[in-house]
Ligand binder design. Sequence first.
Ligand code: PEP
Ligand code: MG
Length: 582
Amino acid sequence: MKTLKGIAASPGVAIGKVLLLDSQEMAISKRPIKESSIPKEITRFQDALTQTRAEILNIRDKVSHEIGQEQADIFNAHLMVLEDRAIIEEVMERIKKEKLNAEYIFSQVLKKYVQSFLKIDDEYLRERVSDISDVGRRIIRHLVGEQKASLAELKDKVIIVAYDLSPSDTAVMHRKNVIGFATDIGGRTSHTAIMAKSLEIPAVVGLESATHQIRNGDNVIVDGIQGIVIINPTAAEIQRYKVEQTRFLDFGRALKKFKDLPCITLDGRRIELAANIELPEETTSVLSHGADAIGLYRTEFLYLNRAGLPTEEEQYQAYKKVVMQMSPKPVILRTFDLGGDKFLSHLEMPHEMNPFLGWRAIRFCLASPDIFKVQLRAILRASAHGKLRIMYPMISGVSELKQANKLLDEAKAELRSKKVHFDEKMEVGAMIEIPSAALTCDILASEVDFFSIGTNDLIQYSLAVDRINEKIAYLYEPAHPAVLRLLKTIIDNGHAKKIWVGLCGEMSGDPVLTPVLVGLGLDEISTSPVMIPEIKKVIRSISYEDAKRIADHALTLRTGVEVVHYLKLKYQNIMKDGIRKK
Ligand code: PEP
Ligand code: MG
């Protein structure tokens, strides 16, 4: 038995057998092969090239059909990489000489080429690096088997262990058969972790060496509450965790009694308690957990795991379904936020050194108004079917907000001219998740009806801590005085300009932080559906006046650790004294 410590990403306990996914770059195993197996290994490599070629041709045709010839031509460069005799011959020679498996040799050769290209001071060659890496990943995937692609078709219940899972891998996971997962990298607010929470799959991320320490078929326990993975546990440990698992499920069931009660403080302040979703199918869970609204619908998930972009009609149908299911409760639909850790393919978004600071979200949308307006029209059309609000991600200043609103006005005019109905009074909001937006929110407030604070990004940008890097996760402190001060600035400025202010980052789901969020004056809190009952219980157990005192005191403290220590004590008292029976 061995215990690994990581970051608790999605609560719950899973006990089961491991399906180990080879990571595409890091965990490719080095396997000696027999002299007699050399021809077979070379054939395996050649087959992978053929399969990759067929795959790329297929994508190229689809893209040319659905997007355009110019974009399709990009794939010709990928095909040329496949025909590069220098690479192919070196791989075959080395397999023969070193008697090692094809994927290992190929990854070594690839690395060498990429490094030498990066050194050459030639823009064109440097750009080829992303083509080579992309094609290389495809070839390796064929060599190690299409494991990730089969996540949606698993037959047995498994715990996935991987170097990393992209948000799009997570989105297709078979909910019944993936009972837990553990990854080497990643942080609590990575979209993979957020997705796991939405799917209610217990998960631990940032384990650093799980893929080296765990073998395929091992028994493991994933403790998504403590952030622990136990490899080959003893019978006694399994028994202990079965009890823990039942306790967790009972706790969830007990909390459900709060689901139909209003989200109101002891002294009568009402807070809209909303849910965050990534996929339209989650609406059922939103309603069953008793949310007042959807406070963040991450629409970019509609754009992932596919070759082309979703059409206006397809988007309209998806949004309409969510809006109608929720009606008369409101839905805030966030325009798509691609980039950062969510990518379509290399087609639309080139590889960047700092993707979280790069061409993502509204920046991409404003640069591609034709793509953006398809979504805006779909949203507007869906607004005719219930109460829909729209918000823009990653606003950094008022010019972007004005440009986005201008495109929204154009989309409205286009629909009006075709006599298509939409809600003329649809509320428009800005996410406040960049420090520059937080510090100029008095200016931004004049352009919108509400703010929704995206603390996942706001924390990473204000503390300069990459939200998906496990090595610096200890610095990612939602209760840092800098974060609390920014929250206060945003909420006070919003209120001074008579607009309402919500918060939809992951800190909304930590019950210990709820009193301070209420006390700072938030009008809305949006969190994972599973967390709604617990957060509602805290809000119903505290008075607004007490919460304000807690927030005021927290704002005088000097470090995040001091704030958390203070809030934990307060939380214990609140839960001891204040639990309201009805
Ligand atoms: C945030 O940044 O807090 C947020 C809610 O958006 P996302 O997590 O999708 O970046
Ligand atoms: Mg964000």
